[in-house]
Design a binder for this molecule. Structure first.
Ligand code: NOJ
Ligand code: CA
Length: 702
């Protein structure tokens, strides 16, 4: 950490007993806080003189506590701080991050109950973060949350980019509608999943992106979600006010706290320029610094996988089709007949290793390598996998030696089927097995309903597990990429071995019927606000029936769009998800995936409109090379890209991977054109993107 400035007691523009005002460092945002006559706390937020959040209530309702932490408060103490530091992430979109905010800390006392809480507000140039704090004290020790009553009162019927509120899944396509239209469209917005539970037709998830009539972008989310349950939002349609709606546990309670404790931060980002939302580091900055000490073993990874062939149904995770159920340790697989479609077999895996090695990848994921896949979800099965017993045709030792000789690291796969207790039983032995065979990263997964039964994917109990698995992985120097776990809230700053999450509708859904072509123009405004996504891009064969005649899915994207995702969907973990034979057909386009960097010095968000387009340029870490990506929604688009971010006085060669004239995500997705051009910081390029298309560019110094 460098350049830290902390100044106290300089900010408050008014210090009345009942009302306070705080401004952001650039003075564009203004926070107001007050207590009403009943002693209930309220806040509001202005941006450039316009009201963004109207007076909104704060507080928590407790189980078996009449007053709760809702009213009867008096202000006991107020303090303020200016904070300014620059820190270096282990990996990220940029090599240095500025954390600059003005803070207001209000201690509220309930005199009758003789207890107090703190509400801490941090106002950044991008918006507001605030949280509840529960200091240690005699009359507030253990308490149970019935509901958090944080409100976000909107000032108009904004356009929202939303997915249904759910306790278990975020794997939905986004719906774009006015706030007042959400309940009417709710049923249409639902798609099936192995585990899902909605709570209201007015319920939506965060990160929620909105745009007001007068062009203000507003984003609601949370940061540093730990030892607490996930916050969904429930819209009160008459007042256009969002109310926090926490995820309950098996008996309906929403959180168990022991003081001292803090809630996650509630965040409100606001700007009149959509690129500011993409560029913001507010969520990260609201998290604690690195807690892992030495991080030299944590590295971004470019990988391939024995995976897409199973997702499309071309091959299988399971070894045999003979077993209706498996009892771990009791099934003798050598007595069963293999189905001939089991992809995770030694010979096949070696072919992938050869291809990945030849083209400079770091790692290879193999799914379906371990016993149990004949019967892995849908039956609420507790002892589902042991994470250490390979199928008879998967020779762990031979594969390990072969991969090592080819400079490829093996990526482990731990599907838990939501049986969290079972996973925790095996976690140490599973990680030890990984250490023994040289696996440095794990893709974990939580498909299906959680066991213990009644718990939800986004409840406090499961959230504690996800972090436990990440911290324990760090003890074994293992990096984690968790699928179906809770969506990220910036915890990667504190635990940088959490290198990926899915927690949204990823590329796999392109093989489950397809996703909307503009999905990837929304994800960076929503799911990616909390952290990187293992989106698994790079599909070149869009007609899935060519892989599996029984699967008529179509990948709704052009090849140029798939390439651009490596830039627009920031992640330190990037997969080339398609099959080697499909890359062999388009080696000139594949070159971009080979060249693309996965760690960055700088990121420039050049233009963006949620649902329509995003154009991003990034400078590779410790290199003079740049990469640029544009993803486009359904309307074909022309744009001009100004290369003024390049270093002045230098000449570069740009290789441009663009949609061909007649490209279209549905009718002509594989039509692309590659061209090269000398460019400098004074160049402006005119480019076109097809429907569901885009362009990608490498810009290398000459
Ligand atoms: C769902 C994950 O998202 C997918 O990537 C994985 O292949 C399957 N679960 C099986 O674990
Ligand atoms: Ca998934």
């Amino acid at each position: 950490m460098k350049n830290t400035i902390v100044l106290f007691g300089l900010l408050l523009t008014s210090l009345l007993t009942y009302g306070q005002t705080l401004k952001s460092p650039n003075s564009e945002h203004e926070l107001n806080f007050k207590l009403n006559e009943a002693g209930t706390p309220f806040y509001s937020l202005n941006y450039k003189g316009k009201e963004i959040i109207e007076e909104s209530q704060l507080g928590l309702e407790l189980v078996d506590d009449d007053t709760s932490l809702m009213n009867g408060f008096e202000i006991k103490e107020i303090s303020d701080t200016i904070f300014d530091e620059t820190w270096e992430p282990v990996w990220g979109e940029q090599s240095e991050i500025r954390n600059h905010y003005n803070e207001l800390v209000i201690t509220l006392e309930q005199p009758k109950e003789e207890r107090h809480i703190i509400i801490r507000f941090r106002l950044f140039d991008e918006g507001l973060g605030f949280r509840y704090e529960f200091p240690q004290q005699k009359n507030l020790v253990y308490f149970v949350i019935k509901e958090e009553h944080t409100e976000f009162a909107m000032t108009g019927d904004h356009t929202a980019f939303w997915i249904p509120g759910d306790y278990d899944s975020q794997e939905y396509d986004y719906t774009i509608s006015k706030l007042s239209e959400i309940s009417g469209l709710f049923d249409d917005a639902l798609t099936g999943n192995a585990s899902q539970e909605q709570f209201a037709e007015t319920g939506v998830q965060t990160s929620l992106m909105m745009k007001s009539k007068d062009g203000i972008y507003i984003n609601l989310h949370e940061a540093a979600l730990k030892e607490y349950s996930l916050m969904n939002l429930n819209l009160d349609e008459s007042s256009l006010t969002f109310k926090s709606w926490l995820t309950p546990d098996a008996v309906g309670n929403k959180g168990y706290l022991q003081a001292p404790a803090v809630s996650p931060w509630r965040t409100v980002m606001v700007s009149d320029d959509a690129t500011d939302i993409l560029a913001s580091n507010m969520t990260l900055n609201l998290n604690e610094p690195n807690a892992l000490g030495d991080t030299s073993w944590i590295k971004p990874i470019k990988y391939m996988g024995v995976w897409w062939e199973m997702i499309t149904g071309k091959s299988t995770w399971n070894y045999t089709d003979e077993l209706p159920s498996v009892k771990l340790g009791e099934t003798d697989y050598s007595k069963t007949i293999p189905n001939g479609k089991h992809a995770a077999n030694t010979e096949h895996v070696k072919k992938y290793i050869d291809f990945a090695s030849k083209h400079g990848f770091d790692a290879l994921l193999v799914e379906g390598w371990n016993e149990g896949w004949e019967d892995w979800f849908g039956n609420s099965k507790d002892f589902v996998f042991d994470f250490v017993t390979p199928y008879p045709d998967f020779d762990v030792e031979e594969i390990h030696d072969y991969a090592k000789s080819k400079n490829i690291e093996m990526m482990m796969h731990h599907e838990t089927s939501g049986a969290i207790r079972n996973y925790e039983r095996h976690l140490d032995t599973a990680y030890q097995f990984m250490n023994k065979y040289g696996y440095t990263s794990v893709k974990s997964g939580y498909v299906g309903d959680i066991i213990p039964r009644g718990e939800r994917h986004y409840g406090q109990w499961a959230i504690n597990h996800y972090l436990y698995a990440v911290k324990k992985a760090a003890d074994y120097k293992i990096m984690v990429n968790a699928h179906e776990a809770v969506r990220p809230t910036g915890l990667r700053r504190t635990y940088p071995n959490l290198i990926g999450n899915e927690s949204a509708r990823g590329t796999e859904f392109q093989a489950f019927g397809g996703s909307k072509p503009n999905h990837v123009t929304i994800l960076p405004f929503t799911r990616l606000i909390g952290g990187p996504m293992d989106y698994t891009p790079g599909i070149f064969e869009m007609d899935i029936s060519k892989l599996n005649p029984n699967n008529n899915s179509h990948v709704n994207a052009t090849i140029a769009n798939q390439l651009a995702l490596y830039v627009t969907m920031y992640s330190p973990l990037q997969m080339a998800a398609d099959l080697p034979e499909h890359y062999e057909q388009f080696m000139d386009a594949f070159q971009f995936i080979k060249d693309i960097a996965i760690d960055w010095d700088e990121s420039h968000y050049l233009e963006a409109e949620p649902g329509e387009y995003i154009t991003v340029a990034r400078k590779a870490k410790d290199s003079s090379s740049w990469f640029l990506g544009n993803v486009n929604g359904t309307t074909p688009r022309k744009t001009k890209v100004d290369l003024d971010f390049l270093e002045k006085g230098k000449t570069y060669e740009a290789t441009i991977y663009a949609d061909a004239k007649d490209a279209h995500y549905k009718t002509n997705p594989q039509a692309y054109k590659i061209s090269t051009k000398k460019v400098t910081s004074r160049s402006t390029l005119k480019l076109k993107s097809a429907a569901g298309g885009g362009f990608a560019m490498s810009i290398i110094e000459k």
